[in-house]
Ligand binder design. Structure first.
Ligand code: HEC
Length: 131
């Protein structure tokens, strides 16, 4: 008898669950899956953006920030006039060439393997903005 009672409860609980599931209308289901769809679309947009041209600040944030934010090994700090002014006295092109070829603690291309010379230029222009 006990087993039968247990079985009845199980069937009862099960049918409640089934009924609840069936009560979910198509709209409910759409509403539930919608956020996932939105996240997916947003992710796709980000991918498209990153394969396009990068700004100097993007490159800085990806490849240069590790050393140039706090001045590791005396790296000139972001938009710090005292650090950059003496270097810029050599002319922008010299500073640019030094970044491309590397100089002392500064690795060639600032470790940015997929940067073009112009990407490096854009990153430097961002680093000296306002100076
Ligand atoms: C591993 C650390 C490190 C990274 C990463 C790094 N730098 Fe540097 N950078 C340095 C150091 C150290 C110096 C100072 C070198 C010196 O004069 O002794 C420097 C100097 C420079 C200079 C001045 C060159 C000159 O004429 O003296 C430029 C421009 C520069 N970096 C650009 C960049 C750019 C752009 C990136 C990112 C694409 C980058 N760096 C990434 C460490 C780094």
């Amino acid at each position: 008898m006990k087993f039968k009672a247990f079985l009845c409860i199980c069937i009862g609980v099960f049918s409640v669950l089934v009924v609840q599931a069936q009560e979910m209308s198509e709209d409910d289901i759409k509403a539930r899956i919608q956020p996932i769809g939105k996240v997916h679309i947003a992710g796709t947009k980000v991918e498209v953006a990153s394969s396009g041209p990068r700004s100097g600040s993007d490159i800085y944030a990806k490849s240069c920030i590790a050393c140039h934010s706090v001045g590791v090994l005396n790296a000139p700090k972001l938009q710090d006039a005292a650090d950059w002014s003496p270097l810029l006295e050599n002319g922008f092109d010299t500073v640019w060439q030094n970044a491309i070829n590397g100089i002392r603690g500064m690795p060639p291309m600032g470790t940015c393997g997929d940067c073009s010379d112009d990407d490096i230029k854009a990153a430097i222009e961002y680093m000296i903005e306002g100076i």
